[in-house]
Design a protein around this ligand. Structure first.
Ligand code: COD
Length: 161
């Protein structure tokens, strides 16, 4: 049984994230989507909102579960005995950040735990959570870029602000 973690801020989840989840769920027996809580950051969505939205989005993927955690990624990964940590790669800018993080994590992970990178699908390569937030905040349309199930919730966030 191989168990992997796909981790990130997911503030909010996009179709780029969902594509990585769907593909990774076919590669591992169990995939946990881990929402990172960084007390120094001020996300648009609370931890509870992000976890609930991701559960709704992934409810048709039977081997995918959702969790959240604070602190050092490697501590969570070692404690829960994951085999791999999945990350997505869009552009060279992602690569520079990801290689640094993977190499640091390689020192911190228990032996045998790997970082695994999936290339973005071309149709999602330009999507980021921050760009989605900017477009929605300026009343732009993000149809096809975020999961249909959470579209209303994203729009409502700005209407209620
Ligand atoms: N297509 C494909 N992949 C995508 C897309 C897309 N359109 N958009 C994003 N992704 C990938 C990202 O490259 C990333 O791999 C993943 O999806 C999650 O993305 P985000 O933006 O939601 O999350 P990040 O990159 O902000 O998460 C960074 C962490 C919070 C995971 C990182 O900072 C961390 O591990 N923090 C914990 C503290 C720690 O352990 N620090 C030491 C690290 S060495």
């Amino acid at each position: 049984m191989k168990k992997a973690l796909y981790t990130g801020s997911f503030d909010p989840m996009t179709n780029g994230h969902l594509d990585i989840i769907t593909r990774a769920s076919r590669m591992f027996d169990e995939l946990v989507v881990g929402v990172i809580v960084n007390p120094a950051k001020h996300p648009l969505f609370t931890k509870e909102e992000r976890v609930a939205m991701i559960r709704e989005i992934t409810d048709e993927l039977p081997n995918v579960t959702v969790d959240s955690f604070e602190g050092l990624l490697a501590d969570y990964v070692n404690r829960n005995r994951f085999d791999a940590v999945v990350r997505g790669l869009r552009a060279t800018t992602d690569f520079e950040y990801e290689i640094q993080m993977a190499q640091m994590n390689a020192r911190l992970f228990d032996p045998g735990i790997e970082s695994v990178f999936l290339m973005t699908s071309p149709e999602y390569s330009f999507i980021s959570s921050s760009m989605i937030k900017e477009v929605v905040s300026l009343n732009g349309c993000v149809e096809g870029l975020v999961p249909e199930k959470i579209m209303d919730e994203i729009v409502k966030k700005y209407v209620n602000q």
